[in-house]
Design a protein around this ligand. Structure first.
Ligand code: FEO
Ligand code: CA
Ligand code: CA
Ligand code: CA
Length: 740
């Protein structure tokens, strides 16, 4: 999303890229294609010999059952023949009938805490049984939780766009940076309240799923909602010292959640809203000088530091702090050391963001919790490995910035299926105590989980940041991962777990020319080239998807085997098109990633700026094999570096080619939108998909130009004119299973 365009490189550690490649012959097991397209789930379950061992799930099909959609630059959602969509809800829709319908002209007052938020992102569905309890089985009543990545790019919710010092008609200010300067109170209140998570009851009617207005379960979590700070018992007092503010001098509570991007669903039935680009909301204005350690902490997280990190010309922010220095709703966004100590100001406020926020969707009065044990970074999805009774659980997490890491949290508590439906009580049990690791991907095709613990002398004696204790390691975990030599990745986006074999997939969306050149690549991030036409972006402009298999399939594994599932590319990009993509399945910048339990399809969603000269962002369906089903390949890299052509090779491991039978483009989004967030009904016949920020490249409203997109109003949803993010519901016209 947009903030990444100016994302400073905060990882200046000298963690090396692993160049050494050892010969390794990877198995190429024969795969059994058991099923043809077009069968319903009942048919799948009845076919002999097709259950996947240990999971109770039918095997994945051998081919997809729809015709690929073409690349599109149209301002609508394009689906294959035989598929249809409706809009479930869009930005600004009222949760209660007492509120006026959304104007789509920015004329609302400060009532956004009872409207659907902006920038729909990760989401999940929670069924409700006849007793009103959480149900793992499909029912006709559910709660849908939707993250709102809501960015600074919020001009459509104000009558004339955002009041800012941004040059009219330009996305960024005259410095090429995003700084909104001094802001009016009403705009800021609306923006604070359109962030967070929307929780709405949905019901299934003969016409399909629809929102249940006025349900007591409808709830908004915003950037102001009180949220509990939770962490390991032995460290909780130390953790609270990092969280102390004028608002809660005990550091036990925080306010709100920001930029909730990918998400997680826990095995016990709660929601994890993951905080991603929260760093851009703060400014540091005035106050006493910060300690060297505090400056090092802020710089590593891209938080407004004084002085800013090298290469950053000035600190940028949303300007929320400019409304008032005394009203805490606004003053909290200024991190300056203005008071005598941390109990008198908000110098610690940024320490309260960057976590997985656990929410119980069926308990509207419950207090959400920030799970500090899972680490503080730019969280992008938190996916749980396959739960096994009596064993710890593993959650896999990406840190979405260029050159950041992939992490794993392993619970101390072992999984007890009786905890299903027990909400935040189970959350406290599993997500407070555990071990946190960062991933190192080696050139051998193996990888290692590096524990992030103060007992490790590399962490205890780290020079770039001095850790006080294990609480400090959790709050400044990027520094700790630097210290142990984790592998810098090409911007980790969503992770996903294959429910049929437990293998873990991560989208590595792209990386810039500053980080990837033919001499600055490694086996896990092996490409450096130039987008061959149109945009001519260099680095790894189209991204890739990596996957790994834990040793002995254990959550507690210290090592894993990996390969690259797919390389994004334009079909005409020559050596960069390692996965053999065609016009029917070429894609760029994978972001959302999610497996259907019903069908085994791996859904891939894009948030792209490289292929957009030829097509809007998209969603593809893939039928994956397994780690090691391909083999070793040599990547040929070539790009201009400092005016001179540079070339080189890099060996890596790549999965078996999917071809057009197993990789097809299913959906193309409206203009300027990314596709992100997906879930399904358990029968595989309804897919919920989020369309985020249509019209992202619109000129400022003050320019008088029409927005880049007018979706979904142009399809008859709500008031026409401005574009809106939305959740859509996709079904087959014959009611069949999606994708087969
Ligand atoms: Fe919010 Fe990483 O995209
Ligand atoms: Ca192109
Ligand atoms: Ca092309
Ligand atoms: Ca994303």
């Amino acid at each position: 999303m947009s903030h990444h365009d100016l994302d400073p490189i905060c990882n200046t550690s000298d963690n090396r890229h692993f160049q050494e490649v050892l010969t390794q012959s990877l198995e190429n097991p024969a795969r059994r294609g058991l099923l043809r397209g077009g069968l319903g789930l009942a048919g799948l379950a009845l076919l002999p010999g097709c259950a996947t061992v240990g999971t109770g799930l039918a095997a994945a099909p051998s081919a997809l059952g729809f015709a690929s959609v073409d690349k599109s630059l149209l301002d609508n959602v394009i689906l294959p023949a035989g598929y249809q969509y409706t809009v479930l809800h869009a930005t600004g829709d009222a949760l209660d009938s007492a509120l006026p319908a959304y104007s789509n002209r920015g004329t609302e007052s400060d009532d956004w805490s009872r409207r659907i938020g902006d920038h729909h992102d990760g989401m999940d569905i929670y069924y409700i049984d006849s007793q009103g309890r959480y149900s793992e089985k499909e029912t006709a009543r559910a709660v849908l939780c939707v993250n709102h990545e809501s960015s600074a790019d919020a001009h459509f919710m104000h009558p004339n766009g955002q009041t800012s010092n941004r040059v009219s008609g330009k996305k960024f200010d005259q410095f090429g940076e995003w700084d909104l300067g001094t802001r009016p109170e009403l705009e800021v209140l609306k923006e604070i309240n359109h962030h967070g998570v929307s929780i709405v009851e949905i019901v299934k009617s003969p016409q399909g799923w629809r929102v249940q207005k006025d349900s007591p379960l409808n709830r908004r979590i915003t950037a102001q909602t009180p949220i509990r700070i939770s962490g390991p018992r032995a460290q909780i007092e130390n953790i609270r010292q990092f969280m102390t503010t004028r608002w809660d001098t005990a550091g036990a509570m925080s306010r709100g959640t920001l930029n909730n991007c990918g998400h997680g669903k826990t095995p016990w039935g709660t929601y994890l809203g993951c905080e991603e680009n929260w760093a851009f909301y703060f400014q540091t204005t005035g106050g006493a000088a910060l300690s060297a350690n505090d400056v090092a902490s802020r710089r590593r997280y891209g938080v407004a530091a004084v002085p800013p990190a090298a290469g950053v010309t000035k600190a940028v922010s949303q300007g929320w702090h400019t409304v008032s220095a005394t009203d805490d709703r606004f003053a909290r966004w200024n991190l300056a050391a203005l008071g005598a100590n941390a109990e008198r100001d908000f110098r610690n406020e940024a320490n309260t963001f960057g976590y997985n926020v656990e929410i119980d969707p069926l308990s509207p009065n419950s207090t959400p919790a920030k799970r500090v044990a899972m680490g503080r970074f730019a969280h992008e999805a938190a996916v749980c490995g396959l739960p096994k009774a009596g064993e710890p659980l593993a959650f896999y997490m990406g840190c979405d910035s260029r050159n950041e890491y992939i992490y794993k949290f392993v619970t101390t508590a072992v999984w007890d299926p009786r905890d299903v439906g027990t909400g935040m009580v189970a959350g406290d049990k599993y997500l407070s105590e555990g071990k946190l690791y960062a991933a190192r991907f080696d050139a051998t095709g193996q990888g290692e989980w590096l524990e992030l613990n103060i007992a490790d002398p590399r962490i205890a004696n780290h020079s770039a940041y001095k850790f006080a204790n294990q609480a400090d390691v959790l709050v400044n975990v990027r520094h700790a991962a630097d210290a142990v030599g984790a592998t810098k990745m090409d911007r980790p986006e969503w992770g996903a777990v294959n429910p049929r074999n437990g293998e873990v997939y991560f989208a590595l969306t792209n990386n810039s020319a500053a980080n990837r050149t033919p001499t600055k690549v490694d086996a896990a991030n092996p490409r450096a080239y130039t987008d061959p036409d149109g945009k001519k972006i260099a680095g790894n402009p189209n991204g890739h998807i990596i996957r790994f298999k834990e040793a002995a399939q254990q959550a507690t594994a210290k090592t894993f085997a990996w390969d690259i599932f797919l390389f994004g590319a334009e079909e005409d990009s020559g050596d960069a098109n390692l996965s053999g993509l065609t016009a029917k399945n070429a894609f760029s910048s994978p972001d959302g990633l999610w497996f259907s339990k019903a069908t085994g399809i791996c859904w891939i969603q894009t948030d792209d700026g490289a292929f957009t000269d030829e097509t809007n962002c998209m969603m593809l369906a893939a039928i994956p094999g397994q780690v090691g089903d391909g083999g070793k390949v040599t990547v040929k890299n070539k790009m201009a570096v400092g005016g001179a052509e540079q070339s080189g090779t890099q060996e890596t491991f790549m999965g078996a080619a999917l071809g057009e039978a197993k990789l097809r483009r299913f959906l193309v989004a409206p203009k300027g939108a990314e596709v992100t967030g997906i879930t399904e009904t358990a029968d595989g016949r309804t897919l919920f998909v989020n369309i985020q920020h249509p019209g992202e490249l619109s000129k400022a409203l003050s320019s008088g130009e029409a927005p880049q997109s007018m979706w979904p109003g142009n399809q008859g949803y709500g008031v026409q004119g401005r574009p809106r993010s939305a959740t859509i519901v996709i079904t087959r016209t014959d009611g069949g299973v999606i994708g087969l």
